[in-house]
Ligand binder design. Structure first.
Ligand code: SF4
Length: 280
C-alpha cells in the first residue's frame, strides 16, 4: 500500500510505504492522535507534537512518555524511525555486551553506579548499563548514544599523553579537517567574537578551566569526555593589523584522542559542545 504524507521537516511531500502494515511511516498527526495529549512536558520534547515528530525521526523512544501503557507503547514502536542511526545503535549495543565493565571502568574515567557506568560528557552525567541502554537527567539523542557507545566500545586505550595536536594530526583527521574547521572552529570563533564573556561563563560551567597559553589571548582546557581533553585557543581581532589581524580559534586534542573516538565522533562531540554553549 502506498500513501502520501507531509514530511514536516523539509516541507515537501513524501511517498512512503511500510510493508505489511499498511501504515504511512511518517505521519506525525497519526502518532499524535494516539498519544495521551496531556502536553505535560514530562518527556524531553516537552509537547506531544514534538514528541510525535521525534519518535518518527527515531530521536525519541516509546519509553519517554510516562503516560502510555504497554499496549500503546507496542503500537507506537511500529512508528518509530528505523533510520541508520538506530541500526548502528543496535549494533553497538550488541558489541558492548561482551565487554567487561569492571575492566574498562577506570580506563574510561567512568564511575560505577549500581552496575552501570556513569560517564560525564560535556557537563552531563550519562548512565550506561550492560545492554547499552543509556539514561540521563539531561538531554539525549541518537548522536549522543552513538558517541557514548563508541567510547565504551574502544574500552579505553592508554592515558592522555599531555601532548596537544591539531585535528588534522589525528588518525584520518586530514579527511575531516574541512568539516572540523567549518562546523566547530569557525562557529566557536563567531560566538567568542560576539559575546566572549557569556561564552566564557558557559565554558566554565561545562568544566572548562582558563589557562595561560603563549599563542592565545584566551585558552581553556576542557574535558569533553573523561579521557578526551581539548584545548581551545582564541586570539582576538587586532584592528591595527587589518586583514592580518582577524580573530582566530584553534581547537587542539590530546595526541591520544583518536584512541578513544574516531574523528567523525570527535567532530560530533565538538559540535555538541558548540550547540550547548550557544544555547546560553
Ligand atoms: S510526556 Fe507524553 S503526554 Fe506529556 S508532553 Fe510528552 S508525549 Fe505528551
Amino acid at each position: 500500500m502506498l500513501a502520501e504524507c507531509p514530511d514536516l521537516w523539509s516541507g515537501s511531500f513524501t511517498v512512503c510505504f511500510v510493508a505489511g502494515s499498511g501504515r504511512c511511516s511518517m505521519n506525525p498527526i497519526e502518532v499524535y492522535k494516539k498519544l495521551p495529549r496531556k502536553n505535560c512536558g514530562e518527556c524531553p520534547q516537552k509537547t506531544c507534537m514534538a514528541y510525535a515528530l521525534a519518535l518518527i525521526k527515531g530521536d525519541a523512544t516509546v519509553e519517554e512518555c510516562p503516560h502510555t501503557d504497554e499496549a500503546l507503547r507496542k503500537d507506537l514502536s511500529e512508528y518509530r524511525g528505523k533510520d541508520w542511526r538506530n541500526t548502528l545503535i543496535d549494533t553497538l549495543k550488541n558489541d558492548i555486551k561482551h565487554i567487561d565493565f569492571n575492566a574498562i571502568l577506570s580506563r574510561l574515567g567512568g564511575i560505577d553506579k549500581d552496575g552501570k557506568i556513569m560517564i560525564k560528557c560535556l557537563g552531563t552525567d550519562y548512565f550506561i548499563d550492560r545492554n547499552g541502554e543509556i539514561t540521563t537527567q539531561g538531554h539525549i539523542n541518537p548522536w549522543i548514544k552513538i558517541l557514548l557507545l563508541h567510547y565504551i566500545k574502544t574500552g579505553g586505550v592508554g592515558e592522555p599523553t599531555g601532548e596537544w595536536v591539531s585535528f588534522s594530526e589525528l588518525k584520518s583527521g586530514m579527511v575531516k579537517e574541512t568539516s572540523f574547521r567549518r562546523d566547530c572552529e569557525e562557529p566557536l570563533r563567531q560566538l567568542l567574537d560576539n559575546n566572549r564573556e557569556e561564552i566564557t561563563l558557559m565554558i566554565r560551567r561545562l568544566g572548562g578551566r582558563e589557562i595561560h597559553h603563549p599563542s592565545a589571548d584566551h585558552a581553556w582546557k576542557l574535558y569533553a569526555l573523561p579521557r578526551v581533553p581539548v584545548l581551545i585557543l582564541y586570539r582576538m581581532e587586532d584592528e591595527e593589523l587589518n586583514e592580518y589581524g582577524e580573530s582566530h580559534v584553534r581547537i587542539l586534542f590530546d595526541r591520544s584522542a583518536d584512541r578513544f573516538l574516531d574523528v567523525e565522533s570527535l567532530v560530533f562531540l565538538l559540535e555538541g559542545f558548540i550547540h550547548i554553549i550557544s544555547r546560553r
